[in-house]
Design a protein around this ligand. Structure first.
Ligand code: NAD
Length: 381
């Protein structure tokens, strides 16, 4: 046993709707990981804090100071989802979503990583032919804190019939450079290919984007860089998604292309994400929203949250083998035929389970894997 103990403090932000259910599910898996990490001299502890609508109801604002302070002081943050019809009538700055945007901004998490792979047995969920899905393994790296969503000036002027609206798409070289490094570093752990997506034929920001990405690429001579225009990329992701490794793009293009990838994979409930900055806590969240239509019914698919936990293990705890073990446990339960309702298609051998049971089976599979490795005395972590 390792004498020197390392302690990692995590913050869980369940949020609204199905958020608390999928975070509870991830906590079940986290508890299993904690037990085994302890043998390796690594301590995990965590606390839950309110965000979004739950925080509005408890303390009157979507991102309480106490929640923000806990998140800023943590090694990593795992968030469920925010929002719901109860809070739809509030002004934009007071709504649950303002809490999430405020948290991303406060943590300066400028690189959003969204992996898209086909999980075992889920090919039938995709609208694409299985030929296009074979070998699909894309990591989309989206710039998250710049571009047209944040550019100034913005606003509206005039009265009907002469109303005007203005948004500004702006990028500074440094914003492009730092997210490009994230993409190239990620490619080095994968197939060493980066596809940078822009609209260079029309936009000044895209011309700068391409120049800076090409400059950053010189630091990574072992990684192959190619460029695609965003309109062409939207088509290629449907025609041959298997042809891409790391896809790097700016904020709005990434927002759109990542949802397209969600459609390609065919199941929102299993998609995970990580948002990373420079050394501060990473923010990990399933891609789905708060799904008020199924909240409180033990029907939510917890795999997106559990796979977000795997990303947390990889990027914030720097325990890639634990990340692989969590992913392996998810694949194992899918191979056994377990399905939540959103990913069930009536195939033979399939068993439909609720959120809680799915999480318990993933935790069991993880425990079995970690136990076997420790019994073999493998230098696992
Ligand atoms: P949604 O992702 O919540 O739901 C879309 C559909 O997918 C629904 O039919 C839902 O039942 C289903 N679904 C989503 N996650 C699922 C899961 N884990 N398991 C099984 N089925 C799942 O998107 P929406 O309906 O457009 O939005 C609902 C609320 O969520 C809104 O208030 C929205 O603002 C909010 N939202 C929050 C986030 C976030 O917190 N990051 C993201 C998107 C939407």
């Amino acid at each position: 046993m390792n004498e020197q103990r390392e302690t990692h403090q995590l913050v869980l932000l369940p949020g609204d709707g199905i958020g608390p259910e999928v975070i509870k599910a991830a906590e079940t898996v986290l508890a299993t990981a904690r037990e085994y990490l302890r043998h390796e001299g690594i301590e995990l502890s965590w606390q839950a804090k309110p965000i979004g609508g739950a925080a509005i109801d408890q303390v009157g604002k979507p991102l309480p100071d106490d929640t923000l302070a806990a998140a800023q002081g943590a090694k990593a943050v795992l968030l469920g989802a925010v929002g719901g019809p109860e809070w739809d009538g509030l002004a934009p700055g007071d709504r649950p979503e303002a809490g999430l945007l405020g948290l991303r901004r406060a943590l300066s998490v400028y690189a959003n990583l969204r992996p898209a792979t086909m999980l075992p047995g889920l090919g039938g969920q995709s609208p694409l032919k299985s030929r296009a899905l074979q070998g699909l393994d894309v990591l989309l790296v989206r710039e998250l804190t710049g571009g047209v969503y944040f550019g100034e000036p913005r606003g509206r002027a005039g009265d009907a019939p002469s109303r005007q609206a203005l948004d500004t798409m702006a990028y500074q070289e440094g914003e492009i450079r730092r997210v490009a490094h994230v993409a190239f570093r990620a490619a080095r752990r994968r197939q060493r290919r980066v596809t940078s997506v822009d609209k260079r034929n029309v936009l000044e920001t895209s011309r700068l984007w391409r120049e800076v990405v090409e400059d950053v690429a010189t630091d990574y001579p072992d990684v192959r860089l190619e460029h695609q225009l965003v309109d062409s990329m939207a088509m290629l992701l449907v025609l041959k998604p298997h042809a891409f490794d790391v896809v790097l793009t700016e904020n709005m293009f990434g927002d759109i292309l990542s949802d397209e990838l969600g459609g390609v994979v065919g199941s929102l409930g299993v998609m995970a994400s990580a948002s990373l900055g420079d050394g501060g806590p990473g923010l990990y969240e399933p891609v789905h929203g708060s799904a008020p239509d199924i909240a409180g019914k033990d029907m939510a698919n917890p795999l997106g949250a559990i796979l977000s936990l795997a990303m947390l293990a990889e990027h914030s705890l720097e325990l890639p083998l634990l990340a692989r073990a969590i992913e392996g446990a998810v694949k194992e339960v899918l191979r056994q035929g377990l399905r939540t309702r959103d990913i069930a298609d009536g195939s033979q051998g399939e068993r439909v389970v609720g959120t809680r049971e799915m999480a318990e089976r993933v935790a069991d599979a993880l425990a079995q894997d970690l136990h076997t490795r420790q019994a073999l005395n493998a230098a696992y972590f």
